[in-house]
Write a protein that binds this ligand. Sequence first.
Ligand SMILES: Cc1cc2nc3c(=O)[nH]c(=O)nc-3n(C[C@H](O)[C@H](O)[C@H](O)COP(=O)(O)OP(=O)(O)OC[C@H]3O[C@@H](n4cnc5c(N)ncnc54)[C@H](O)[C@@H]3O)c2cc1C
Ligand SMILES: NC(=O)c1ccc[n+]([C@@H]2O[C@H](COP(=O)([O-])OP(=O)(O)OC[C@H]3O[C@@H](n4cnc5c(N)ncnc54)[C@H](O)[C@@H]3O)[C@@H](O)[C@H]2O)c1
Length: 463
Amino acid sequence: MDQVDMLVIGSGPAGRRAAVQSAKLGKSVLVVDKGRRLGGVSVHTGTIPSKTLRETVLNLSGWRERGFYGRGYRVKKDIQAIDLVERLHKTLDHEVEVLQHQFMRNTVQSIFATARFVGPNEVELTTEAGEVSHVGFKHALIAVGTRPHRPETVPFDRTRVFDSDEFLELEKLPRTLTVIGGGVIGVEYATIFSALDVPVTLIETRDSILDFIDREICDDFIHQMRERGMSIRLGAAVKEITSGPLGVVVALADGRKVQSDVLLYAAGRTGNVGSLNLEAVGIAVDSRGRLAVDPRTFQTSVPNIYAAGDVIGFPSLASTSMEQGRVAACHAFGISLPPPPETFPYGIYAVPEISTVGMSEEQVRAAGIAYECGIARFRETSRGHIMGVAAGFLKLIFDVTTRRLLGAHIVGEGATELIHIGQAVINLHGTVDFFVENTFNYPTLAEAYKVAGLDAWNRMGQA
Ligand SMILES: Cc1cc2nc3c(=O)[nH]c(=O)nc-3n(C[C@H](O)[C@H](O)[C@H](O)COP(=O)(O)OP(=O)(O)OC[C@H]3O[C@@H](n4cnc5c(N)ncnc54)[C@H](O)[C@@H]3O)c2cc1C
Ligand SMILES: NC(=O)c1ccc[n+]([C@@H]2O[C@H](COP(=O)([O-])OP(=O)(O)OC[C@H]3O[C@@H](n4cnc5c(N)ncnc54)[C@H](O)[C@@H]3O)[C@@H](O)[C@H]2O)c1
């Protein structure tokens, strides 16, 4: 039986970082993935495909230029599904190639097989062809990710009714689209297709969407979606979904019906723990297939078995998964790390983008902190004029007593890149005076930080 220092189950962001980190420490590493290509959900059905789709749609539709040339402007008049898929395949191939090369130069071994625990130091691997082998390990990382939640009552058929892992297989663009689930996945796909001028209805059972986002930002986002004709049904419980040759009909509990050509069901995800035989090692799983870990070390209840990425639940991001995998590998091999930074950014690649770091205004209020906000609207920056940006803003929240930046929240063009300025200032304990005293490149959207800083400073006064 082969023996390795680190066995990684799953080649998504968490597994990939853990594998390379372990190899950099001179350890033998085997990555096992049950898929046919390396990369996990992130590369094949999640992060990279959806972001590539977004980029293609914005380019081909001429979305970014519509502020100048009007809503009817398009770079390509007749956009087909094939136009969207071409760029996708190229990007994904490149991602896989980079990952394979990274593994090769770091001598990380990999195998395509399904892993199943037979004890705390041994797994059984079964390939698609049915070949079975056993591998012994000192440490293991479970990084098996999640799959879409698929209730039995939803008639998934990959023709009209799709889950989010299948949605990119669309052979033609929908004439109309219903999206069930106002989480990040639902909101991203709904707005991306709306940017292609597909009429979209977004259905969410709760009374609001994205409830972890600062309300002012979220309200502006919802306003922008409605302004361009999207139909948003909040507080709408789904009674029944029926699919037929003429389309999909969603019957809501309040008696309303929504009919469309295609439906995307994006109402949460479940951990991929079924095939792992975790009973053999005594690791418990919750009702959504998630594993509990020590949040500092990522050890499960079995100390030499770690878990990271979406399988441990919130925040379920590629960005945080990568870091969790690296921290787990360092811990396994005795490297002590400083405590993790206070905050991390959240990027929602909808159209428009939203990004946020630190405390929302609601959280600051709930904590009883005396605060002041500073706002900068992109349309009031010179860069915004040049780009033809008509909407979007940056909101900064400061503690009035310490003057420290507590939160930065952005809706609009470039939000997911711009947020890192706010992140750095928060984690380096910067204050409103940083924005007032420093000069920013001009004309840039980043200048909004200066404008928002001054806006708050005018009300807060000097230190
Ligand atoms: C549509 C969509 C868009 C997203 N967009 C973003 C974004 O913009 N930014 C962001 O930060 N995050 C985004 N995410 C989240 C991100 O994709 C996940 O957080 C990330 O992929 C989780 O990584 P992971 O390491 O947990 O593993 P995953 O990427 O989930 O991969 C797990 C791997 O484990 C393998 N596996 C499962 N079971 C076994 C087994 N028993 N044996 C062997 N292998 C197994 C699977 O085949 C898979 O390859 C998005 C997700 C989705 C669905
Ligand atoms: N940009 C990003 O970082 C990004 C992008 C996509 C996904 N992700 C990650 O993927 C994970 C999964 O995303 P998700 O959007 O599937 O899940 P989610 O759990 O975040 O959201 C699901 C939404 O669907 C709603 N819902 C549930 N059942 C419903 C029903 N029957 N009818 C109507 N609405 C219903 C829920 O109230 C919730 O708002 C998230 O945790 C997220 O972190 C991240």
